[in-house]
Design a protein around this ligand. Structure first.
Ligand code: DX5
Ligand code: ZN
Length: 223
């Protein structure tokens, strides 16, 4: 397992669905050249969210093109059915949503047992309390800052209350998981996310629209 997930430092994870869908390899190169170590891969089923994106076959094809950390975000109604194919495709971490009806703890344990980091994601309207029973089983918590489904939506600042509460819970209970924010993250709001306790920033539109991606990477992480 790659160690960056377990290091306590800020990480930018550009979201490849914000890149060139006709040339994903080119988008991977842009991410590498920016200095980012992670790529965020959004997997949508048209059921849990109203959009369909990429599947395990594409993740596997991309795996052969880069050493970037593969941060796979599954927006699926039956993630338990699909996790093994994304592990086999070369995911370094797999994040599942809390909202669908499936055996959550068993699925988290399965992913971890396969030497893959595991995360849980929460939609903006899902109360944070629902995740508390699972926090000792995760390596990452993803707080959605838009309703999932599409790139380019407007950041919802009210979601940062959850980031603050998660961060407080983490320290109070001696837990160690990354806190990732996803949706509408930009140079304008990244600082507020980091101050709230996020250490992993997913950026689709803002990253791929930036003219100088190396500069963007440095600026958004404050380095
Ligand atoms: C939204 C996805 C996000 C999205 C982010 O459902 O989970 O990862 O790609 O794109 P931006 O940064 O444009 O909101
Ligand atoms: Zn995502």
């Amino acid at each position: 397992m790659k160690s960056s997930c377990y290091e306590n430092r800020l990480i930018l994870a550009p979201s490849i669905i914000g890149g060139n869908q006709a040339n994903l390899e080119e988008s991977l190169r842009e991410i590498e050249l920016s200095g980012s170590e992670w790529v965020h891969l959004d997997v949508m089923d048209g059921q849990f969210v109203p959009n369909v994106t990429l599947g395990a076959t594409i993740v596997k094809a991309l795996r052969s093109k880069t050493k970037l950390f593969f941060d796979v975000h599954l927006m699926l109604n039956n993630p338990d059915f699909h996790v093994q194919s994304f592990i086999d495709a070369g995911a370094d971490s797999i994040t599942l949503h809390l909202e669908p009806n499936y055996p959550i703890k068993k699925t988290l344990e399965l992913v971890r047992s396969k030497d893959c980091a595991v995360g849980l994601a929460l939609n903006p309207l899902t109360p944070l309390e629902k995740v508390y029973p699972f926090l000792s089983f995760v390596d990452l918590m993803l707080v959605m800052t838009v309703n999932p489904g599409f790139c380019g939506q407007e950041f919802m600042p009210e979601c940062l209350e959850k980031v603050q509460a998660l961060n407080a819970f983490k320290f109070k209970n001696g837990l160690d998981f990354r806190i990732e924010v996803d949706g509408g993250i930009s140079l304008e709001n990244a600082k507020s996310c980091i101050l709230a306790g996020a250490n992993t920033l997913v950026c689709g539109t803002s990253f791929f629209k930036s003219k100088n991606k190396e500069q963007f990477h440095k600026e958004i992480l404050g380095i």
